[in-house]
Write a protein that binds this ligand. Structure first.
Ligand code: HEC
Length: 158
């Protein structure tokens, strides 16, 4: 019994320590993780389409079409709760985010970048299944819209 208590004490303290570490990440940690998960979804799908467009992966019309449609769907996630005020990278508590404060100061510009991406992905969702050349033709606008927003609103990697 005593041994069991020791073991569970060890487990409890591990859990507690884990809890402290999470709390230290800051109040916006969950929202930051959620938006980063959205961007990871973007990146996963763009990666597959890019590999097919470059011939690193065999072109498959059905998969290209599905992946492009997934990407388009991901750009339609509602983001109202993803960007709480104060969740930018100027706050030391938000150690994990690269979101620049300018996002909250130039919202119309951010929205423009989002719209560019939605337009590009909607077009690609229609054409990605029409052959590798159609896929290649659509990729430029996607890359440009990702990069456009990153140049303005995402901090460089440290
Ligand atoms: C409207 C602006 C905007 C657009 C459009 C955009 N991004 Fe981002 N992206 C950001 C910001 C801001 C961050 C930093 C988020 C953070 O760290 O909290 C980011 C972060 C990321 C990350 C890192 C996520 C992580 O786990 O830390 C990836 C990968 C990424 N974007 C990929 C993409 C791809 C691919 C596209 C285009 C399909 C794209 N983004 C379009 C603004 C944008």
């Amino acid at each position: 019994m005593k041994k069991l208590n020791l073991v569970s004490a060890a487990i409890v303290s591990t859990l507690l320590l884990g809890g402290v570490a999470v709390a230290a990440d800051g109040p916006h940690d969950k929202a930051i993780k959620a938006r980063q998960a959205m961007f990871q979804l973007y990146s996963y799908h763009v990666g597959i389409l890019g590999d097919m467009a470059k011939g690193k992966m065999d072109y498959d019309a059905a998969i290209a079409s599905e992946v492009a449609k997934n990407l388009e769907a991901a750009t339609h996630l509602g983001q109202s709760t993803f960007w709480p005020v104060g969740s930018d990278n100027s706050n030391d508590a938000n150690a994990r985010t690269r979101a620049l404060k300018g996002i909250w100061e130039n919202f119309p510009d951010v929205a423009k970048h989002s719209e560019n991406l939605k337009t590009a992905t909607a077009a690609l969702a229609q054409t990605a299944g029409n052959g590798v050349e159609a896929l290649q033709a659509g990729m430029g606008d996607i890359g440009a819209s990702c990069k456009g927003c990153h140049d303005d609103f995402r901090a460089k990697k440290k």
